[in-house]
Design a protein around this ligand. Structure first.
Ligand code: BGC
Length: 466
């Protein structure tokens, strides 16, 4: 048997069968049903959080808004000008996050956010204006209203003390007052998926699903209020609400056991949050590079790659001793390599393994390993997206997407569509739309829509009382 055939067999457990995809679909749908139910929610891993976003952009929104975006490897502050006519202008500044913010106390983190915000509004010369702010906070939160969000858990490498169980809106507001005394109205806290959906809906109202495939992974969708048993009746005067599925947590109740490999189990065990966010660890940017490292290491040990390479021992050492030495960016970069002398794969080998004369066969095999990991992720996401398209139940759904993995990997969109096409019911159609800065523009839109709703309710009350 050739080495390549042996490698293919070795990777077979990472290539789900049709039957495994079917089970993924069924298990996921069951969790969504549980998540929505009042009595069953506690047993669901996909908690289906209510976002309280019930109004959608009309496209004619105007005004200046501030937005904060916390949830990935960097923190951003934005000034968003909605210009009517489905248009918006953004000025954004990126601030680095160090271990002190990621793993320190909540006060340290929120003081840092307030400091960056202060710096930004002064630079933009808007410190004198009384502005509404939308806070994109991309972690699981129980919301009891648009601006009240209790943190359930940290994900993606964040782990600040004294924060879980606290209202992040209160923490942000007190940090802003403590440090700056600025007059800022934090009117909404939202997840990045919601921001993405809103941002795409601003350009095309048919967008009813939001997806992020970046450092973390999650989706949201528009649900009918009558299907939301946990929603208080006072919110049922509007027909729909966005549900933040928090599907990164899917699998915590065993729904992915039939797909988990040893590599997935090791990635989970070595993570900051072992036992949680199982789906996320199979499909998101924070983990896919690490999966490739573990697979490559075992493949080297089984003489399936680098078998004749003179640096074999050095490569094994690096792969063993350096967790996270392969970034997920590598999967996207080398997917662009067409196999003509393998320039991208060779660059990666130089960078990571200090290998300067790579064998073309090893290049081809490494690319194959990366492809298998990316394809599994894209295909699985297509299945669960298909479930959401069917759940929304419209004849046409647009899925708004953002995140570095989706944006940078040349084949990811195709991998998702492969299974979406198989799982979306025949009488429904879908399309995928790349979001334009969901976390910034989406946050401003939620702030604008909240403001509009507030004015509408105020004038309705005034009319009722005259
Ligand atoms: C978080 C989600 C978020 C996703 C994408 C996950 O780790 O739990 O709230 O939407 O990452 O950023």
């Amino acid at each position: 048997m050739s080495e390549l055939t042996r490698l293919r067999e070795f990777l077979n457990e990472l290539i789900p069968s049709e039957d495994q995809f079917q089970r993924l679909y069924q298990n996921f749908c069951a969790q969504i049903r549980k998540g929505l139910g009042a009595k069953t929610n506690k047993d669901a891993d996909t908690k289906c959080y209510l976002t309280y976003v019930q109004d959608f952009p009309h496209g004619n929104e105007t005004g200046k808004y501030l937005a904060l975006d916390l949830g990935g490897s960097r923190f951003r502050v934005l000034l968003v000008t909605l210009k009517g006519d489905r248009d918006a202008e953004l000025v954004a500044k990126i601030y680095d996050l160090t271990e002190k913010e990621l793993l320190g106390t909540g006060t340290q983190l929120f003081d840092y956010i307030a400091k960056c915000l202060h710096e930004f509004v002064c630079e933009q010369k808007v410190e004198g204006e009384h502005m509404a702010l939308g806070f994109t906070f991309s972690f699981p939160c129980v919301q009891t209203g648009l601006s009240r969000a209790t943190l359930v858990r940290w994900t993606k490498g964040f782990n600040c003390s004294d924060t879980v169980g606290e209202d992040v809106g209160v923490m942000l507001k007190s940090a802003i007052t403590r440090r700056t005394g600025l007059k800022i109205d934090m009117v909404a806290i939202l997840n990045d998926t919601t921001g993405t959906q809103m941002s795409c809906a601003h350009r095309n109202p048919a967008c009813n699903i939001g997806l992020i495939v970046g450092t973390g992974c999650n989706a949201c969708y528009t649900e009918k209020v009558e299907n939301c048993e946990r929603l208080d009746t006072k919110y049922k005067d509007r027909p729909k609400i966005i549900i933040n599925v928090e599907w990164g947590a899917f699998g915590e109740k065993g729904g992915l056991d039939h797909l988990l490999t040893d590599y997935d189990k090791i990635v989970d065990k070595n993570s900051l949050n072992a036992g949680t966010q199982i789906y996320e660890k199979m499909v998101a940017g924070m983990y896919m590079g690490e999966l490739v490292r573990l697979i490559t290491l075992r493949a080297v040990n089984e003489n399936l790659i680098f078998a004749q390479c003179k640096l074999r021992k050095q490569i094994t050492d690096i792969l063993t001793k350096k967790p996270n030495c392969i970034e997920t960016k590598v999967l996207s970069d080398i997917a662009n390599d067409k196999g003509d002398d393998w320039p991208m794969v060779k660059d990666v080998f130089k960078d990571i393994f200090h290998l300067h004369d790579a064998d073309p066969d090893d290049c081809m095999k490494f690319k194959y390993i990366c492809d298998v990991v990316a394809k599994r992720a894209g295909n699985m996401l297509g299945v669960t997206l298909g479930a959401l398209v069917n759940k929304v139940g419209e004849s046409f759904s647009i899925i708004g997407v953002d995140g570095t993995v989706y944006r940078c990997h040349p084949n990811f969109d195709g991998y998702m569509r492969e299974t979406l096409d198989r799982f979306v019911e025949k009488d429904r159609k879908y399309d995928i739309m790349l979001s334009e800065d969901g976390s910034g523009r989406g946050a401003a839109l939620v702030a604008a829509v909240v403001h509009r709703e507030y004015i509408e309710r105020k004038s309705l009350n005034a009319r009722l009382h005259t």
